[in-house]
Design a protein around this ligand. Structure first.
Ligand code: ATP
Length: 279
């Protein structure tokens, strides 16, 4: 690993006594993400950290979310911070599922809201899906803050606040969903979902599309479509495929769905991580 790969060094330029302060290779703690140099070798990682940190400041992301992000980043590093072909195939299958769905819902937690708020709104628009806020550590304050953040990024309707439905088999707070949202959905996109909830949603007969950088996580393992990719690349990629498939008939969409092999995609991602096809 290089020096700027640990959590401390991203802030290095803010410390005047640090010998690298002023080094153009080490961006100073940016006020705005446009200040992160796009040609920096760790651009995506710095952008992700910046958005997550902002999410915590805004009361959208929990401190647990920071830790989850760290775990994801390690996998992304090993994947070469790029969308591998099997993840692209998964994104296309995800798009086909969403277009075939009777009622698709995109589930948004604190990390998703911080990292890809506008991109989630775009995906909902491209597929006709609903957006629902769902939190592992649910507080009304954070639910409201996330819903407001999504509205600021263009969402017209955000579900999750009614919480009049339940996922069977989970404890009270974690079981809450909207009856006319995830409760009613046949296809759900659950990025960065906790394994228990992913399993319980699958047991309800819903088709699950999971976005998770860890192919060994329980969520990825139980998904009909595991997209092993960073959410900041995966969500726009599913949208791009949905736009490309917008005029496809049901038969063509079903072929895309049936041509995708979840187990093979997971095995491919795990191989890429273990073997490290890094340049
Ligand atoms: P599980 O319960 O499914 O076995 P877990 O306990 O590892 O998994 P959590 O810690 O609840 O899961 O959630 C973090 C998950 O989200 C990790 O699997 C991590 O790889 C993934 N993750 C974190 N950040 C990102 C990101 N930016 N893009 C995609 N996945 C991410």
């Amino acid at each position: 690993m290089t020096d700027d790969d640990d959590g401390v060094d991203a802030d290095a330029g803010t410390h005047p006594t640090d010998e690298r302060a002023g080094d153009p290779e080490v961006p100073a703690d940016p006020e705005h993400e446009s200040e992160i140099p796009e040609d920096h070798p760790r651009y995506q990682s710095l952008l992700t950290r910046h958005r997550i940190e902002r999410g915590v400041d805004l009361g959208i992301t929990s401190k647990q979310g920071l830790i989850a992000e760290g775990r994801g980043e390690a996998f992304d590093y090993l994947l070469g911070e790029e969308t591998i072909p099997s993840a692209d195939a998964a994104a296309r299958a995800a798009a086909a599922h969403l277009l075939l769905a009777d009622h698709a819902v995109l589930s948004v937690n604190g990390n998703v809201a911080a990292l890809v708020p506008g991109e989630i709104v775009d995906l909902a628009a491209a597929t006709g899906a609903d957006i629902e806020v769902n939190l592992f550590n649910r507080t009304e304050e954070r639910m409201e803050a996330i819903a407001e953040h999504l509205r600021e990024h263009g969402a017209s309707e955000v579900k999750g606040l009614t919480a009049d439905g339940r996922i069977p088999g989970l404890s009270h707070e974690r079981a809450k969903v909207d009856a006319d949202g995830i409760g009613d959905a046949d296809v759900v996109v659950v990025p960065l979902e906790d394994g228990d909830r992913a399993e319980a949603l699958g047991a309800m007969g819903k088709t699950e599309i999971v976005i998770d950088l860890n192919p060994m996580s329980r969520s990825a393992q139980v998904a009909a479509v595991p997209v092993v990719d960073n959410i900041i690349r995966a969500v726009p990629n599913v949208t791009r495929h949905a736009e490309e498939l917008a005029d496809a008939g049901d038969e063509e969409l079903r072929e895309v769905v049936e041509g995708f092999d979840a187990e093979a995609a997971l095995a491919d991602a795990e191989r890429a991580i273990r073997e490290g096809d890094l340049d």
